[in-house]
Write a protein that binds this ligand. Structure first.
Ligand code: PGU
Length: 454
């Protein structure tokens, strides 16, 4: 039997905690709510949950991107439109499972010799080999010279995290420069891995294009060896990529300063519709013989979002170093999730190893990219047709899944409230979520939002 005297003691400990929270709150002059601090409100209104050892836990805000879908799902309006998450939708507004993926899955299911044993810590070996070829090219000297180690990870996010954890343990420079703006999860992934995050200039709101000079200035004054996060293509959220000439200038700067490039390749094939064209930036940095990291995701280009399939490759100076690096990657992965899941990687390997399936995939990929491009054209024309003030040509100039509209958070909130259109508060819209029927509704909403600001 529990000692009943423990009950009042627990009760008074909880009360003491609340009093100290109250005291700290009164001492604090800031009126800002810090989501990491126990809040006075939560403590005073906790009621019966005072009995819980977690009573001090405050409700965290929803994720700025994934939370958009949660809000969308709660909206009963028949005209609601989700342009938040970067996930492909068909012309009918439905999620798409590629035919080639279904065929690969059927093959896997019908293969009676398949088992569900654990994969090695580094994942499915064939998947790793094929993934490296996909991003570095069939004829990559770095692969031929065994200077690349590739490990299967949990989609793009997991690959970034494993890479960052490795760098925090084994690389002398802990500072990573990320573009301003960038995918909202980047700062969190890198900070929690133990890196120190700084930003470099990327987007110029006045030209709605790349601020190449700002970028070069910022990277030019980065400390030697600093890590630089680069979006391989289809920059999220801006849809603005450097030209090949600009990539070459960036490459020269990065190499001359001894900075370490870390590519995030979440959209290979989605920028141009071509897998090789979208890997050019990465390949430039591998052809020069230097070292780099690459995080690959199959979420978008194979539509394997929820399967969580991705890979981290580290290109090293020598084969010997690459093999030692791989041994250390295993020590990063093993205590995190032991080894990665088998199904998604098997789908990818089935498609990449078979010439017919691979070709079918490239056709599907091009069709997805083309539909997004046609949505850009349709939206641009719809806005022009309504005579909405401003130059909207960035909609057709930007590439990849997103348009960075330039709408501000107030206008976004207005469009959500009045038109049931859901998007991230920075004005980013996922073009993949649009279709011919929903373009006019979006154009009307933008029209009204622009008037609001006028
Ligand atoms: N890197 C970039 C640049 C991304 O845009 C995303 C996904 C990822 C990595 C991670 O993708 P994985 O699913 O882990 O492979 N960004 C999308 C999807 C939603 C999200 O935020 O995870 C987006 O809407 O920005």
């Amino acid at each position: 039997m529990a000692d009943s005297s423990a009950v009042p003691m627990e009760g008074s400990a909880a009360a003491n905690r609340r009093v100290s929270v109250l005291a700290r709150h009164l001492e604090s002059s800031s009126s800002d709510v810090d989501s990491n601090e126990p809040s006075l409100y939560a403590s005073l209104t906790s009621g019966s949950d005072g009995d819980s050892v977690f009573a001090h836990v405050v409700k965290a805000p929803e994720d700025p991107i994934l939370g958009v879908t949660i809000a969308y799902n709660k909206d009963p309006s028949p005209v609601k439109l989700n342009l938040g998450v970067g996930a492909y939708r068909t012309e009918e507004g439905k999620p798409l499972v590629l035919n080639v993926v279904k065929r690969a899955e059927l093959q896997l299911v019908n293969n009676r010799s398949r088992v569900k044993e654990y994969l090695p810590i580094t994942g499915l070996a064939e998947f790793n080999k094929l993934s490296a070829k996909l991003i570095f090219g069939d004829d990559s000297p770095a692969i031929r010279e065994n200077r690349v180690t590739t490990v299967q990870c949990l989609s793009g996010t997991g690959s970034l995290r494993v890479g960052a954890e490795f760098l925090a343990r084994h690389y002398y420079q802990r500072t990573i420069y990320i573009p301003q703006p960038t995918w909202g999860n980047h700062p969190k992934v890198f900070t929690l891995a133990g890196l120190s995050v700084k930003t470099y200039c990327y987007y110029d709101p006045t030209t709605r294009g790349l601020n190449i000079q700002g970028l070069l200035d910022d990277l030019g004054s980065a400390p030697p060896g600093a890590i630089v996060l680069l979006h391989a293509c289809a920059h999220n959220p801006t849809g603005v990529d450097p030209t090949l000439e600009q990539w070459e200038t960036i490459r020269q700067l990065i190499r001359s300063k001894g900075l370490l490039p870390f590519f995030d390749s979440a959209y290979q094939g989605f920028a141009s519709g071509g897998l090789d064209a979208d890997a050019q930036s990465v390949r430039m940095f591998v052809t020069d013989g230097g070292e780099c990291l690459v995080a690959q995701s199959y979420a978008k280009n194979m539509g394997l979002y929820g399967e969580r399939v991705g890979a981290l490759s580290i290109v090293c100076g020598t084969a010997d170093v690459a093999s030692r690096v791989e041994s250390q990657l295993k020590l990063v992965i093993r205590p995190m999730y032991s080894n990665p899941p088998i199904h998604g990687a098997s789908i990818v390997a089935t498609i990449l190893r078979d010439r017919n399936m691979f070709n079918e995939w490239t056709v599907d990929l091009k069709a997805m990219a083309d539909r997004i491009i046609s949505m850009r054209q349709k939206l641009f024309e719809a806005l022009r047709g309504r005579g909405i003030p401003g130059d909207w040509s960035h909609i057709i100039k930007q590439i990849g899944m997103f348009t960075y509209t330039g709408l501000n958070s107030k206008q976004v909130a207005f469009m959500t409230k009045e038109f049931h259109i859901y998007m991230t508060s920075d004005g980013r819209i996922s073009m993949a979520g649009l279709n011919s029927k929903t373009v006019p509704h979006l154009a009307d909403a933008i029209h009204a939002a622009v008037k609001l600001n006028a």
